[in-house]
Write a protein that binds this ligand. Structure first.
Ligand SMILES: Cc1cc2nc3c(=O)[nH]c(=O)nc-3n(C[C@H](O)[C@H](O)[C@H](O)COP(=O)(O)OP(=O)(O)OC[C@H]3O[C@@H](n4cnc5c(N)ncnc54)[C@H](O)[C@@H]3O)c2cc1C
Length: 453
């Protein structure tokens, strides 16, 4: 009987196990290994009262096909929800709230006009002059987004427009995020001879389309995780993954057993430890850094939130009492998601922790809840005690796509391709978002099934 070990039961591992079951049929042995007794990894839905609320990922890019297609396959299309069309995001910068700039590429403006309300007059003048300021880019070169943007447009654009967005996507900062991995379209435009950053952004900016970019799930991610686990029908093994070794045509996963194939869907450091006997893989995996974060989900009763989807916080932002604003973002969940609007109460997610600021994640629950409350009072004037609060810590929550990341991934995939019936999947490869994880895990499962055929 064919046996496959899928290591990691986050969305990547669950999707791999589900696809393997569909391809290999009911007789195959599929072992789904995770040291947590809960499936989902960075996807977790908790009940606040009787309202399911996501405390990890809470959305996905619905313009990509993977999630809508997966929901159709699982018979769960009716769970797909869209954010409110009227609730727009805000940026807190310089002690005030501003609309999130529109018409940008991940916060990088194509004209001074789009960020004029966020930056000073000198920065506006600098952006206006950028297109005619001599520019050099070596095709194939990589750089941090922070260095590129600050050099061309000035640091205010980085701190007030780009960092707030990157803090959400990668828990990162523009100085820790590489152009090529984070914005491949921008890198392509630069390589193709864009004459300035403005020109490159204009070339790379996606054409405006109607309809929402994002989707979410009524009931949170939980029903999708449950459906994937049920369909995968895998033997669930709760253990820390030991070393993965090969002898002849067989693979041995320490503590799990001998199998014909392995899909490693672990975060990069855990994958590095499991694959320690393969130095090319282990070295590259071990070099990928992670950022930790914490989410504080709050319920309020008897308060009135503004009709905005959330507030992103500029880096270095202070509260009005002069203390640092600790939260990096607030999602006004019951304004953003219509399906949460009529559940009674208001739901808010406060997010903490950017790359290099891991200490905040270790703070006691009470301190994080208190920080969320104080920051929310300062930012939105909501100075009421929450009626419920849940703290979720995400140690190593998100991999950092530093400059040179695509080369690391190419090396990793070349080294893995040398090892028959071993596949890699996970958020460190081709995008941290759930749709990218689904795509990568599906491809890994397909290659595994093909190799076993
Ligand atoms: C706070 C937060 C908000 C996010 N928001 C969004 C969002 O709105 N939209 C979006 O698209 N993406 C979002 N993301 C990103 C997305 O959720 C993740 O990139 C994705 O879920 C990662 O899935 P994965 O299966 O690759 O990894 P993981 O979810 O990390 O799964 C890996 C699994 O491996 C297990 N594991 C680790 N080490 C070991 C070991 N040694 N032995 C055994 N098991 C082990 C873990 O327990 C875990 O279950 C967010 C991420 C975070 C942290």
């Amino acid at each position: 009987m064919t046996a496959v070990a899928v290591l990691g039961a986050g969305i990547s591992g669950l999707v791999a196990a589900y696809r393997l079951r569909r391809t290999l049929g009911p007789s195959a042995r599929i072992l789904l290994v995770d040291d947590a007794d809960r499936d989902g990894g960075k996807l977790r839905t908790v009940d606040i009262g009787d309202v399911p609320v996501d405390v990890g990922a809470e959305a996905f890019v619905a313009r990509r096909p993977e999630m809508p297609a997966l929901l159709v396959e699982l018979g769960l299309s009716d769970l797909l929800v869209r954010p409110s069309a009227t609730a727009r995001p805000l940026v807190r910068s310089g002690g005030a709230l501003h609309p999130l700039p529109v018409g940008t590429l991940m916060g990088i403006p194509a004209s001074a006009e789009s960020v004029a309300h966020l930056v000073d007059a000198a920065t506006v003048a600098r952006i206006e002059a950028e297109a005619t300021t001599p520019f050099r880019w070596t095709p194939g070169h990589d750089a941090s987004l922070g260095d590129l943007i600050s050099e061309r447009f000035g640091p205010q654009v980085t701190a007030r427009s780009v960092d707030p967005l990157l803090g959400g996507v990668y828990s990162g900062l523009s100085v820790t995020t590489g152009v090529r991995a984070a914005l491949p379209g921008l890198a392509a435009a630069l390589d193709a001879g864009a004459t300035s950053l403005t020109d490159a952004v204009l070339r790379a900016r996606p054409a405006p389309t109607s309809g929402p970019v994002f989707g979410g799930l009524r009931g949170g991610y939980r029903p999708v995780l449950e459906a994937l686990a049920a369909e995968a029908d895998a033997e669930r093994v709760v253990t820390r993954v030991g070393s993965v070794t090969r002898a002849g045509s067989e693979w041995t996963v320490d503590g799990v057993g001998v199998v014909d194939a392995v899909v490693v869907a672990l975060p990069a450091p855990a994958a590095a430890a499991a694959l320690a006997t393969f130095p090319t893989l282990a070295d590259r995996l071990g070099a990928i850094e992670l950022a930790s974060s914490a989410v504080v989900a709050l319920r309020f009763d008897g308060v009135d939130l503004p009709d905005n989807s959330g507030v992103l916080v500029a880096t270095g932002e202070l509260r009005h009492d002069g203390e640092p604003l600790r939260a990096k973002a607030f999602t006004l969940s019951s304004r953003k998601w219509p399906h949460l609007a009529d559940r009674g109460g208001e739901f808010v997610r406060a997010s903490f922790g950017r790359y290099g600021d891991a200490a905040i994640v270790d703070e006691p629950d009470g301190v994080l809840i208190d920080s969320a409350r104080r920051d929310l009072a300062d930012v939105l004037g909501v100075d009421t005690a929450p009626t419920a609060a849940v703290v979720q810590r995400w140690y190593g929550g998100l991999p950092q796509y530093r400059p040179g990341h695509l080369d690391v991934v190419a090396d990793l995939e070349a080294a893995a391709a040398e090892l028959p019936r071993l596949e890699l999947a996970g958020a460190y490869l081709h995008g941290v978002g759930v749709p990218a994880c689904v795509a990568v895990a599906s491809a890994a499962a397909e290659r595994t099934a093909a190799a076993l055929a």
